[in-house]
Every structure is written in structure tokens, then in C-alpha cells.
Write a protein that binds this ligand. Structure first.
Ligand code: CU
Length: 411
């Protein structure tokens, strides 16, 4: 993939959930500079130097081998210190990986498969996007005004770029491929009919592809960067009726997300098989050669507020975690407030949450786990595929820009 930067600021592309070689993974200092600006020394936060950065001007070629399970991935900007405003302004999109095993299941397809990118935004009176940057040109000074240190929320809910859309459907099963592309907003989704009935959200896939077997939810929490693949059956809804997808964590108009209007009766030959896949790795705790503890907490950074991993703000020149290629590890993550923790390259499983078993929506292979306030979780993964420098970080995009990233070296 050739990426051409025609913006006035540096960019870099990360394919979230991709099993990507390190030089194509969109490391935050591997910048593609705009035309006309000479490549200078790669800069980290406030001039921090990264000797390993590979900086180009105008274009860069990325290699995405796609040697991975079928899954809904997404790509977005990952520029050092400025990821949050770049995603807010639209540098993000969906990327679907398919395979024959998935195609053969008979899940709803064609017009009955809907990729849905959910994101909150705020707009000014002129209709332009509003974001509280300290430097709205996004050239020099990173960060947001103090009131937004916890993350930036919008008061308009967009789905695939449209505010609160209404989609016409047949009275049949639909496969909804959900991404929460919001910078900081969490959702707990429910699908409610006109007479107040909740439709089942039958989960068939997680961040990294199909589950072993479907899991039915009445409500479904979805944190920034998480994806859920769910089947909803509109067959029991009368023609002319509506199904509203709402966010139980929202208030006022942010309670609404989108709606479906059942337009017509229709034949439905789709199915949700009892067994969906058998190819997802099933690492056990006893496979792990190491257990690590990593805290995600507020702290001080460069004399101001920061968000820290293991007590430290991000430094591209420091290796935080070194793992051996092929090693299985257990990571114990602990949070102060909500932090959706994302690991590049490697999908993982949730082993435990708050000392107890994982929750129903933790099923399957994931690449982002949502830690709730004060909560700990254990994940298990095997670091394979490529050697090199990768990242893990909080996917509250403002936390990420304020230090909550760390380096993972696979050797
Ligand atoms: Cu965070």
C-alpha cells in the first residue's frame, strides 16, 4: 500500500489488529512528512530524539501481508503526540479481512452485512469539526485544554460519518460489524424495539475474528478501538417498526446511536452455526514463560498531567518490555480509570478480570481489552510473526497522546 500525505502535517498509518512487519506497523515516529518540508531529525515528544525512526517525505510504502484470521481491522493515524486530533478529523477507516472458512458459514452477507464505524464528534456553528487542541494547526504544541485531560467527548454520534442514521432493513438476520472509533467514549449498546423489547445481540466475532461459538448478549459494552461482530434478527419486528440501537452509558441525545426501520418481509437463508471456528489459538496460563505486571495510571509528565504505564510516560528511545519470539506470556494489567489497552501485532485472550473469570464479552481472540476503573485483568498471548519494535498503549486517544504508550521489543 502506498500512502501519500497531502496534508500540511506529518502522518503515519497503523493498521490496527494487523499482523504487520515492524517497518510497516506505523510506529509514531516513522513519519511521512508533507511536501516541501525537509525531513529533519525525527522528533519525539517535545523534541525527544528517536534514532530508529524512518522518516520519509510525501509517500511511504507499507506491506500488509494479511497472513491472519478473517477479522474487522481498522487503520488510523498514529503520529507521535497528535494521534487523537488526527483520528477526530477523519484519518481512520475500516479494513475487512475475509477467508473461505468464514464465507462458508452462511452468516448474513451482501447487503445484510453492515460494517458500522461508531464515533462521537463535536461541531462548531459553521459545521466544522471542533476539537480542543492547544495548537489547532497541529504543527507544534501537542495536547488539549485542561478540561479534556481525561479524553475528548463529542455530543453528536456518527455512524459511518452520518449523525444518528436510520437504515432500512428486511425482516431478516443482519450481521453488524461494529467498531468503536471514538477517541474516549464508551458505549453499552442495546437494540430496542418500539414496544421496548430488547433484541439479542448474538456475538459471532471479537477484535481478531470469529469466536468458537456464538454468545448472546442483551447489552454489549464496547470501548474505544474494540470491534464486535454481532448478528441481530429483525424477523420478529413488524413491518414498519423500528429498532433503535442505544447507548445505555449516554445521556440526552448521546443515548441514541442509530436506528433500523423494518421495511419489508423477506426470505432469509442465513444461519448462525453452533460452531463458528476451531482455529483460534488457546494458550493456557501454564504455557507462559513469564508473568508481567503493568499499571495504567495518571501521573506527572514533563511538569504537567500525564498518563503513565508502569509509572513512566512514553519514550521512543526506551525499551519497556523485551520478549522472545515465540514466547507465551501472561500480562497482569491494572487501571486507575477506564483504559482500553491495545497490543500491536499479537492477538490475546482474556484470562481473568478482577480476580474472577472473564466476562461474556471477553470471549475470543482480542487485541484491545477494556479495563474498568480500579480493575485488573490478565491476558495471555504468544509473541510470534515478526521480530522488531512494536507498541502497546491505551486506546483512549487522548491518554495515548499524553504518554500512555510503551515499547515492546520482540527479539
Ligand atoms: Cu487510558
Amino acid at each position: 500500500m502506498t500512502h501519500r500525505n497531502e496534508l500540511p502535517v506529518p502522518t503515519v498509518v497503523h493498521l490496527h489488529g494487523g499482523r504487520t512487519p515492524p517497518d510497516s506497523d506505523g510506529y509514531p515516529t516513522d513519519l511521512v512528512l508533507p511536501e516541501g518540508r525537509p525531513p529533519s531529525a525525527p522528533q519525539g515528544p517535545h523534541g525527544m530524539h528517536d534514532p530508529r525512526a524512518v522518516v520519509t517525505r510525501l509517500t511511504r510504502d507499507y506491506t500488509f501481508p494479511m497472513e491472519q484470521r478473517a477479522a474487522l481491522l481498522w487503520y488510523h493515524d498514529h503520529r507521535m503526540d497528535f494521534t487523537a486530533p488526527a483520528i477526530w478529523r477523519g484519518l481512520a477507516g475500516l479494513h475487512i479481512v475475509r477467508d473461505e472458512a468464514e464465507d462458508s458459514l452462511g452468516l448474513p452477507a451482501g447487503p445484510r452485512e453492515l460494517p458500522l464505524m461508531i464515533a462521537d464528534r463535536a461541531f462548531g456553528a459553521d459545521g466544522g469539526l471542533r476539537y480542543p487542541s492547544l495548537d489547532p494547526s497541529l504543527r507544534e504544541r501537542p495536547g488539549v485544554h485542561d478540561a479534556y485531560l481525561a479524553g475528548v467527548l463529542g455530543d453528536v454520534i456518527l455512524v459511518n460519518g452520518a449523525p444518528w442514521p436510520v437504515h432500512e432493513v428486511d425482516a431478516a438476520r443482519y450481521r453488524l460489524r461494529l467498531l468503536n472509533a471514538s477517541n474516549a467514549r464508551h458505549y453499552e449498546l442495546e437494540a430496542v424495539t418500539d414496544d421496548g423489547r430488547r433484541l439479542d445481540l448474538v456475538q459471532v466475532g471479537a477484535d481478531q475474528g470469529l469466536l468458537a461459538a456464538p454468545v448472546a448478549h442483551r447489552t454489549l459494552p464496547i470501548a474505544p478501538a474494540e470491534r464486535y461482530d454481532v448478528v441481530v434478527d429483525f424477523a420478529g419486528v413488524p413491518v414498519g417498526g423500528r429498532v433503535r440501537v442505544r447507548n445505555r452509558l449516554g445521556s440526552g441525545r448521546t443515548r441514541d446511536v442509530l436506528a433500523f426501520r423494518v421495511a419489508r418481509a423477506a426470505a432469509d437463508h442465513s444461519r448462525v452455526p453452533r460452531v463458528l471456528s476451531a482455529d483460534a489459538p488457546a494458550w493456557r496460563r501454564s504455557d507462559a514463560v513469564r508473568v508481567r505486571d503493568l499499571s495504567f495510571r495518571a501521573g506527572r509528565m514533563r511538569g504537567g498531567h500525564g498518563w503513565l504505564i508502569g509509572g513512566l510516560p512514553f519514550d521512543p528511545a526506551r525499551t519497556d518490555v523485551t520478549v522472545g519470539l515465540g514466547d507465551v506470556e501472561v500480562w497482569r494489567l491494572i487501571a486507575d480509570v477506564h483504559h482500553p489497552v491495545h497490543l500491536h501485532l499479537a492477538g490475546f485472550r482474556v484470562l481473568s478480570r478482577g480476580g474472577g473469570p472473564p466476562l461474556p464479552h471477553d470471549a475470543g481472540l482480542k487485541d484491545t481489552v477494556s479495563l474498568r476503573p480500579g480493575e485488573s485483568a490478565e491476558i495471555v498471548t504468544r509473541f510470534d510473526g515478526y521480530r522488531g519494535r512494536y507498541l502497546f498503549h491505551c486506546h483512549n486517544a487522548e491518554h495515548e497522546d499524553m504518554g500512555m504508550m510503551a515499547n515492546l521489543e520482540i527479539h
